[in-house]
Design a protein around this ligand. Structure first.
Ligand code: NAP
Length: 246
């Protein structure tokens, strides 16, 4: 379904980004996997993706760095000849109640979660415009829709990503480019494994489907949006949360 397309996935070395990278590769896409510290993991994702016959290359880049991003995007465009699908997935948490949250933790989360999407989308903006096509998919969170105690920084960054998504969607729709957000609930990754067991159990009780999601649950929605199937959807936020937000 995605043969001949190239997908760039930020934070593709682990968790949800890894599952997205592999699901897109399984559909035939070539993939460029962006990692920060996890070089071995990112290379392993590329090796696993090779089974589907497409090209898969890992690139080191701190998404929060406005100088690194255009350089790595230029290298990817030259290596792959173009990019068709951009998945802004890289994200971090620095949780804490607002009274004790440092300015550094607030800004760092904004720089990675929101700044990263800004830098990558901006770096590919001209390329997508010229092609008159492109799919931009931003991984937000239900925290950005509902808020969450202890996550003022994270929820603000993810809510910001939704405003960013809708603005970019309106800006680029006239050129056949779509921009959507996916808002996962609680998904089993290293990010949620950091939560104490009792907290995880309490959260599970609040989820109508009574389980955490898997990275693959999120990845399949990204595949849908990235393909022809998602061609008439833009500016949308699709929750993958087991009903948490209902
Ligand atoms: P994760 O397991 O902690 O993985 C985070 C990924 O982001 C890693 O690949 C990491 O790369 C990358 N990353 C972090 N900082 C980066 C930076 N400065 N530059 C480049 N890459 C960076 O997280 P996850 O649970 O898969 O979450 C993925 C996305 O889904 C995030 O945006 C997160 O906010 C969102 N989300 C997750 C959940 C959940 O329940 N897990 C729920 C809602 C939304 P390295 O390993 O190479 O450092």
């Amino acid at each position: 379904m995605l043969k001949g397309k190239t997908a760039l996935i930020t934070g593709g070395s682990r968790g949800i980004g890894r599952a997205i990278a592999l699901a897109l590769a399984a559909e035939g896409a070539d993939i460029a996997v962006i990692y920060n510290g996890g070089e071995t993991a990112a290379r392993a994702v590329c090796e696993e993706a090779a089974q589907w016959g497409g090209k898969a290359v890992a690139y080191a880049c701190n998404v929060a760095d406005p100088d690194q991003v255009p350089t790595v995007v230029a290298a990817i465009l030259s290596e792959f000849g173009g990019v068709d699908i951009l998945v802004n997935n890289a994200g971090i948490t620095r949780d804490g109640l607002l009274a004790s949250m440092s300015e550094e933790d607030f800004i760092r989360v904004m720089e990675v979660n929101l700044g990263g999407a800004f830098h990558f989308t901006k770096s590919l903006y001209g390329h997508f415009l010229k092609k008159r096509s492109g799919r931009i998919i931003n991984i937000s969170s239900v925290s950005g829709l509902m808020g969450n105690p202890g996550q003022a920084n994270y929820a603000a960054s993810k809510a910001g990503l939704i405003g960013f998504t809708k603005s970019v969607a309106k800006e680029l729709a006239g050129r056949g480019i779509t921009c959507n957000a996916v808002a996962p609930g609680f998904i089993q990754t290293e990010m949620t494994e950091k939560l104490p067991r009792e907290k995880q159990e309490a959260i599970r009780q609040q989820i109508p489907l009574r389980r955490f999601g898997t990275p693959e649950d999120v990845a399949q929605v990204v595949v849908f949006l990235a393909g022809e199937t998602g061609g008439y959807i833009t500016g949308e936020v699709i929750r993958v949360d087991g009903g948490l937000y209902i």
